[in-house]
Design a protein. Structure first.
Length: 334
């Protein structure tokens, strides 16, 4: 059984924050941010905006393009590390879409690799019998950024992107190969952990309860060693894509587009160079949106499809990488 991608959509908050706007709140400037990252602008949730609302908007557009009714969905996957409910927000998307048959809906938490994991998980469910799967990548890292830390607050933006995947014959299969990894040891380089004093507080060293009842937990802001994350990305992402290409029996020259998680233009350029994929076959929109975590791949895909760059039948090498650490790639056909 095959699975094909038949629709995409995206949504961004209205509030825009330029590099110059950031220079008013932290010691930075447009030139530093543009040269080091390629980012010029980002969109940030404000007022009554909600991440679930963005996710629903992106999902509706993808379903419309796919011409699939919400009630024909078998599964809603929400790839996010920033749900608006600790227990998961996917069921809220399912509810808002009005899926009458109560399809399964659950969250996948894998930071900026989330969407690639979502694609692979959706394909596994389809090979197991499902027909129509909605995959949404949505994140609001602006809620977890320390807006006084110029090393991280310049990087992130909020967005949602979605695709619809549908069962098809093996000859139309749109997921050729994938390669997925995690390295918990690298978590020290990038995390937003439960505040330590609160976990210490709940349990003593021998596991006995030290204080009861425990305090309500909260998360620290995003902590990142940018240099280590950069090194990890330029080392692991090309290896992963090469592995996926090899499994698919393809080479970089048979790929129409390289579509990486949009974290840093220098990472995108380094990976493209290593894979010998020329700039004109690399999709990039992070200048306008920054790093939107699990949303970045479907957001860039949606723009490229709607602008006519990515056409039916095009082969795309895609890869996500980020906190966990997690990374992974997939070779897909639009
Ligand atoms: N403006 C001006 N100066 C700055 C800024 C800023 N916004 N941020 C840091 N600097 C300064 C530093 O203080 C340092 O100054 P010093 O030399 O006086 O100490 C200098 O610039 C260099 O700082 P570095 O951190 O070494 O700069 P680097 O070249 O590594 O760039 C960056 C930093 C852009 C964060 C880069 O390391 C990077 O992009 N790393 C990858 C990040 C990434 O992709 N994260 C993915 C997260 S995805 C997820 O899963 C959440």
């Amino acid at each position: 059984k095959g699975c094909k991608l038949i629709g995409c959509g995206s949504a961004i908050p209205t509030l825009q924050v330029s590099n110059d706007d950031l220079a008013k709140i932290v010691d930075t400037n447009d030139e530093w941010i543009s040269v080091r990252t390629g980012i010029r602008n980002r969109h940030v949730l404000s007022g009554k905006d909600s991440l679930t609302g963005l996710a629903v908007e992106a999902a509706r557009k993808a379903l419309e393009m796919a011409q699939v009714d919400p009630e024909d969905l078998d599964l809603v996957l929400l790839c996010t590390s920033t749900p608006e409910d600790l227990f998961g927000s996917a069921p809220q998307i399912q509810k808002a879409l009005g899926c009458k048959n109560n399809p399964l809906a659950y969250d996948i938490t894998a930071a900026c690799s989330g969407f690639v994991l979502g694609l692979v998980s959706a394909a596994c469910h389809i090979r197991g019998g499902f027909n129509n799967v909605l995959i949404v990548g949505a994140d609001s890292l602006s809620r977890y950024v320390d807006w006084t830390d110029r090393g991280t607050c310049i990087l992130f933006g909020d967005a949602a992107g979605a695709v619809v995947m549908q069962a098809c014959g093996a000859e139309d299969d749109g997921l050729f190969a994938f390669d997925l990894h995690s390295d918990g040891d690298g978590q020290r380089h990038l995390n937003a952990s439960v505040n330590e004093n609160e976990t210490d507080h709940a349990l003593g060293t021998n596991g006995s309860v030290r204080d009861f009842p425990p305090k309500q937990s909260s998360y620290s802001c995003i902590q990142m060693n940018g240099k280590e994350v950069f090194r990890f990305a330029v080392r692991c992402v090309p290896q992963s894509i090469e592995s996926s290409l090899e499994k698919a029996g393809l080479t970089g020259s048979s790929i129409d587009w390289l579509l990486l998680h949009q974290a840093n233009q220098r990472i995108i350029d380094a990976v493209a160079t290593r894979l010998e994929i020329p700039r004109e076959r690399v999709l990039s929109n992070l200048a306008n949106y920054g790093n939107t975590s699990a949303a970045s791949i479907p957001l860039a895909l949606d723009e490229a499809v709607r602008s006519g760059k990515v056409k039916p039948g095009h082969m795309i090498a895609t890869a996500g990488f980020g906190a966990g650490l997690t990374w992974g790639s997939a070779i897909i056909r639009w």
